[in-house]
Design a binder for this molecule. Structure first.
Ligand SMILES: C[S@@+](CC[C@H](N)C(=O)[O-])C[C@H]1O[C@@H](n2cnc3c(N)ncnc32)[C@H](O)[C@@H]1O
Length: 281
């Protein structure tokens, strides 16, 4: 990065830190667009979340929200530092604060914890907005499993994990709603899903084709009507396996995407959602 760019980034982040905290109470309405549910998703909702973050001031408003600040600071603590980029944290914040409340479950499952940062982020939001909800975050906590197909070409930096430190960080933050589940998701997910009951949001962040397909399928069977399936890796050029997994899910289930940036977001079991979402307006 050029010195000039670095300086301007530094200045931006300083300006953000100095901006006074202000609770984000609502999202801007989208003028001239109808809020209808078709093909298993609501384009209005996806547009309302993404466009003002990408091209307007919503991202800056989220950054001023004290709960967002608290959750982001926790996710960036050195022992758990997350790989998730900030635009995706902003979207997760918007989803959890303004959309999860319309569902009959606010429980979250995460496939792919790495050092545990994104789980800490979401657990902080749940503790604040839905104190009865829980999050289970699944990982080997020992790096990626062996590759089974030629489609994956993962980066090589998933080993430096210390689960005890991750758990200690969650404890020190008082996050009793968060549990890290160690093992291959193929071995641990079924029981985890059963323990959660209905799931409001599934965060899928496992990089590889096989685990992404597995996570999508098992999550689907346990999602609350209208639940959010958030695919973190499918847009990453380093994760073609995750992209392929999403393509296959679209074909297999005849799905449409609700949102494509900064993460791909699907809604599950939308038949029942039609009534729920309209009632939640
Ligand atoms: C991109 S990282 C997750 C990033 C994390 N959400 C964060 O906040 O930084 C991907 C993780 O998926 C895990 N993973 C991939 N396949 C898995 C599998 N089959 N079972 C368990 N964990 C798996 C890897 O161990 C790795 O830690």
């Amino acid at each position: 990065m050029h010195l000039k760019d670095r300086f301007s980034n530094l200045l931006c982040s300083l300006r953000r830190k100095l901006a006074s905290p202000k609770i984000l109470e609502s999202l801007p309405d989208v003028q001239g667009m109808e809020r209808i549910f078709e093909n298993g998703r609501c384009l209005y909702d996806g547009y309302q979340r993404a466009t003002p973050v990408k091209y307007g001031s919503l991202g800056e408003q989220v950054r001023r929200d004290p709960v967002y600040r608290k959750a982001l600071a926790a996710a960036r603590l050195p022992d758990v530092e997350s790989m998730v980029v900030e635009s995706r944290f902003i979207n997760l914040f918007i989803l959890v604060k303004f959309f999860l409340r319309n569902l009959n479950s606010q429980n979250i499952i995460e496939f792919g914890a790495f050092k545990g940062g994104s789980a800490i982020f979401m657990a902080t939001l749940l503790a604040e907005y839905y104190p009865d909800a829980r999050i289970l975050s699944l990982d080997t906590f020992a790096g990626l499993p062996a590759l089974k197909t030629g489609v994956d070409k993962p980066p090589e930096d998933f080993l430096a994990i210390n689960l005890e430190r991750t758990r200690a960080t969650a404890r020190s933050l008082g996050l009793t709603n968060l549990e890290y589940v160690q093992g291959l998701i193929e071995d641990t997910a079924a029981e985890s899903c059963l323990r959660l009951g209905a799931i409001g949001l599934a965060h899928i962040d496992v990089v590889l084709y096989g685990p992404s397909v597995f996570a999508q399928n098992i999550a689907w069977d346990h999602m609350a009507p209208g639940g959010y399936i958030v695919q973190d890796d499918a847009l990453e050029p380093t994760c073609p396996g995750a992209t392929l997994a999403v393509e296959e899910m679209i074909r297999r289930r005849g799905l449409s995407m609700e949102q494509i940036w900064p993460q791909i977001v699907f809604r599950a079991n939308m038949q029942a959602t039609r009534a729920i979402a309209i009632a939640g307006d």
